[in-house]
Design a protein around this ligand. Structure first.
Ligand code: TYD
Ligand code: MG
Length: 453
């Protein structure tokens, strides 16, 4: 039997029996904090007083196959939730401070309230007057949302008990505190205990509980990581400062597909759904420029076109830079290595910068070929065909591998007016794609075809 862990890392939630200045699991500094055990039996006894009654798996068939759900009417949000908000579920909405979590949730609260749910929005960060001011800015003053400003969890549970809402929003979990836990609000012990209390309360009372969690890179406040495994659904709200686009991404979802995204735009009057994100992410694209490649990607269940931008320049130092925004740095290193060893295109002595336009983050493996194309185009100072989209996975051998959802990618490209697709060879039989297909077996073939021998 392992001893109960007494310390937990705020960055990766790894537990250990002793304190360390550096987390052994993720390597982060100053993130290990003492954690109080969640519960102790009376007198330290191992056996509890009440006996549970297990049920047969087959009996479950009689229970509802699908949990009851409510749609908000915000299509981008409902899709990320997996088809609406599930009754008696616990959600965590994480994101950087100032990214728009409170705005998103107040707008969602208003929609759910207008749809007939009783919604209670509890803020530990702002006064009721401040929330009202925000509501006025968002044009939501007529919405039947109930507001409360509180941080003491005991009071909050009493309020929830008395009000019995269908949906409760806790903004944020880092401001909540339990008087039974001897630690400052925002510490791992407090965040974990508060989330645990709220989650079990939600399940018991049939409330949908949404908790906001700030993510801090330094890990000084307990990151929402420690809460992730307690809740049913984890959504992250992402975006780059200075860009108005915001992506709501399902990181974990017990009631729907993970990796689903919703796209929003932050305006002067709150968040607006983006119905056609491909057009938005390509809107900044000017005339075809060297280093620019349009990627036909899939995010979650839907196609999304976006632009990769690469810049390659002679490096003033002996250690050339590899800078990447919106994509995986390890993957970039791999593509550079494959280009060098399979195609004889060297990047030694050259600085390489890679960006996804619009502050988007791409995780689709099919981006490999588009990245390779952007890198080559930048290095050769020669623009790619303006009317072409590119996708395909690249293996270490230099082969261009087939990817999922080819037809959806092609359809989206055609919808946005592209006439050509550069893609892997193995396209399964499909109807007329409506685009000229340039199919590539391997990366050397691609280099020869697009950039000449
Ligand atoms: P907020 O929802 O308070 O962020 P979080 O709860 O994640 O910390 O959003 C804060 C930012 O959003 C702030 O910089 C102002 C901006 N904003 C708008 O641009 N338009 C709006 O209508 C609102 C309410 C906020
Ligand atoms: Mg906030």
């Amino acid at each position: 039997m392992s001893k109960a862990a007494a310390f937990v890392c705020t960055a990766c939630a790894a537990t250990s029996s002793k304190w360390a200045g550096r987390c052994e699991s993720c390597g982060a500094w100053n993130t290990v904090e003492e954690a109080q055990p969640l519960s102790q039996g009376p007198g330290g006894k191992a056996l509890g007083a009440r006996r549970g009654t297990p049920i047969r798996l087959t009996d479950l068939a009689q229970a509802e196959a699908e949990p009851p759900r409510t749609l908000s009417g915000v299509v981008e949000l409902d899709r990320v939730l997996g088809g609406g908000l599930v009754k008696a579920s616990a959600l965590l909405v994480g994101g950087d401070p100032g990214i728009g979590k409170s705005t998103l949730l107040l707008q969602a609260a208003a929609r759910f309230a207008r749809g007939g749910l009783k919604v209670l929005y509890i803020s530990g960060e702002e006064s009721a007057a401040q929330i009202q001011m925000r509501a006025r800015r968002l044009g939501l003053t007529e919405s039947p949302v109930h507001l409360a400003a509180a941080t003491n969890l005991r009071d909050i549970l009493t309020t929830l008990e008395a009000e019995a809402p269908d949906l409760a929003i806790i903004d944020s979990i880092q401001t909540m505190w339990l008087d039974t836990v001897e630690a400052a609000p925002g510490s791992v012990s407090q965040v974990r205990s508060a989330a645990h209390e709220l989650t079990t309360f939600a399940k018991r009372k049939g409330i949908s509980m949404v908790m906001v969690g700030h993510v801090t890179k330094e890990g000084q406040i307990a990151g929402p990581r420690v809460v992730e495994h307690m809740v049913d659904t984890v959504l992250y709200f992402e975006g780059e400062r200075g860009h108005q686009f915001r992506i709501l991404r399902a990181h974990k979802n017990r009631f729907g597909p993970a990796d689903e995204i919703g796209v929003f735009e932050m305006t002067g009057r709150g968040l607006v759904e983006v119905k056609n994100p491909s057009a938005l992410f390509l809107s900044e694209r000017a005339t075809p420029a060297p280093g620019s490649a349009v990627f036909a990607g899939i995010e979650g269940s839907r196609p999304l076109l976006c632009e990769f931008q690469a810049l390659v320049a002679p490096s003033p130092t002996s250690q050339p830079r590899r800078s990447v925004l919106g994509w995986d740095g390890g993957r970039l290193a791999m593509i550079l290595a494959v280009l060098e060893s399979r195609c004889g295109v060297a990047f030694a002595g050259l600085d390489v910068y890679l960006n996804v336009a619009g502050g988007l983050r791409i995780s689709d493996p099919a981006a490999d070929l588009a990245v390779a194309a952007a890198l080559l185009s930048a290095r050769e100072d020669s623009a790619l065909p303006a009317e072409a989209v590119i996708f395909g996975e690249i293996s270490l051998s230099g082969a261009v591998r087939a990817v999922a959802q080819t037809e959806n990618r092609l359809k989206e490209a055609q919808k946005l007016g592209f006439t050509q697709a550069i893609l892997p060879q193995a396209r399964k039989r499909g109807g007329d794609p409506g685009l000229e297909l340039r199919q590539m077996a391997d990366l050397p073939g691609f280099v020869a075809d697009i950039f000449g021998p």
